[in-house]
Ligand binder design. Structure first.
Ligand code: ADP
Ligand code: MG
Length: 322
């Protein structure tokens, strides 16, 4: 199969053309895509690369790889409280493996369709397996929520149950380990393979959250980035961590550590002033995911965790790229 046939077969799907929202003027098939954001919106751009061996495992289903390379980008746009619109994909593959490619495309498009995101271009080359997606989103001026902006007194909140994904990854890497609880085990593995970006939740946090980011490298590490950007510290309560039943059942000894340092969660961590707390809880009533208050912003720097009133030392993160 030549490159053109491959692109046509796996990556050109009929995307919504210039319609009411005048989105795509020129899509896949030309030298460049021509896109038209809605009048009055700013562009929000993010990029993430997944490299085999570092960000995903060789024996992971390819649908999970396709899902992940878009999900991590959607998660970045969500963390800006913006709306994702258009994606481009640079894919390096060692050989043309049709079963792998078709699973990859299925995983990617299933997620893209759910959030109305169009794949409008890309590049396909031979090389060590890696996938880079650039996502383009839109936001009205003033809509985005940045990492800076948290104020002393704000509550620190997190969506979902951090720690599940790393537990799922460890279970996947050790398939012979006897754990019982088959359903809970599958739930954790699914949380690693198919992380759900909090796209709609992120947009609804515009105007409520003072600062926000998505949790990819572990809750403690990522919260540290938000605090540094906002020039504040935080008092955090281990007892408030939303540990899932699956995590507590299958990893009773490591649950807290996984939640703080595991990574790959793609949950949102954000700060909300006390005055906006009831509006947050009201908005969150319709969310398919929980939100939990886990701490309070204070003057100072860094996150101080405590358990039952005693300081809790956070172990070093599992993830360090360099
Ligand atoms: P060029 O040589 O001009 O860069 P290509 O042959 O690389 O063109 O790509 C042809 C068309 O297919 C372009 O519109 C490009 O955006 C699109 N394309 C290539 N690879 C992918 C991919 N993996 N996913 C989506 N679109 C792709
Ligand atoms: Mg090209």
């Amino acid at each position: 199969m030549d490159e053109r046939a491959l692109i046509r077969r796996y990556f050109s799907r009929s995307a919504p053309l210039a319609g009411e929202r005048s989105a795509i003027i020129v899509g896949i098939g030309d030298d460049g895509a021509v896109l038209r954001p809605e009048p009055g919106y700013d562009l929000v751009v993010a990029i993430d690369t997944l490299v085999e061996g570092t960000h995903f495992l060789r024996d992971m289903p390819s649908a999970a790889v396709g899902h992940r390379c878009l999900a991590v980008n959607l998660s970045d746009v969500a963390a800006m409280a913006a709306e994702p619109r258009w994606a481009v994909l640079a894919l390096a593959i060692p050989e043309v493996d049709e079963a792998w490619l078709s699973g990859f495309a299925d995983g990617l498009f299933a997620l893209a369709d759910r959030y109305n995101v169009a794949l409008v271009g890309g590049d396909t080359v031979r090389g060590p397996l890696a996938a880079t997606v650039t996502i383009h989103g839109q936001a009205r001026p003033g809509q985005v929520v940045q990492r800076r902006g948290a104020q002393p007194g704000d509550g620190v909140w997190v969506t979902g149950s951090p720690g599940d994904a790393v537990a799922g990854r460890l279970l996947l890497m050790d398939p012979d380990k006897k754990t019982g609880h088959d359903e809970l085990r599958q739930e954790l593995i699914r949380r690693f393979l198919f992380p759900e970006p909090r796209v709609l939740e992120g947009q609804q946090l515009s105007g409520l959250a003072t600062a926000m980011l998505d949790v990819s490298d572990g809750l403690h590490d990522d919260l540290g980035k938000l605090l540094a950007a906002s020039n504040v510290g935080a008092e955090m309560d281990i007892g408030c961590l939303p540990l899932s039943t699956a995590l507590q059942t299958l990893c009773p000894r490591d649950a807290i550590e996984h939640a703080l340092t595991g990574g790959d969660d793609y949950e949102l961590c954000f700060t909300v002033p006390a005055a906006a707390e009831s509006s947050l809880l009201k908005a969150a009533e319709s969310w398919p995911v929980s939100v939990t208050r886990i701490g309070t912003i204070i003057a100072g720097e860094g996150a101080r965790w405590s358990l039952d009133g005693r300081p809790y030392r956070v172990p070093d993160s599992l993830w360090q790229h360099f």
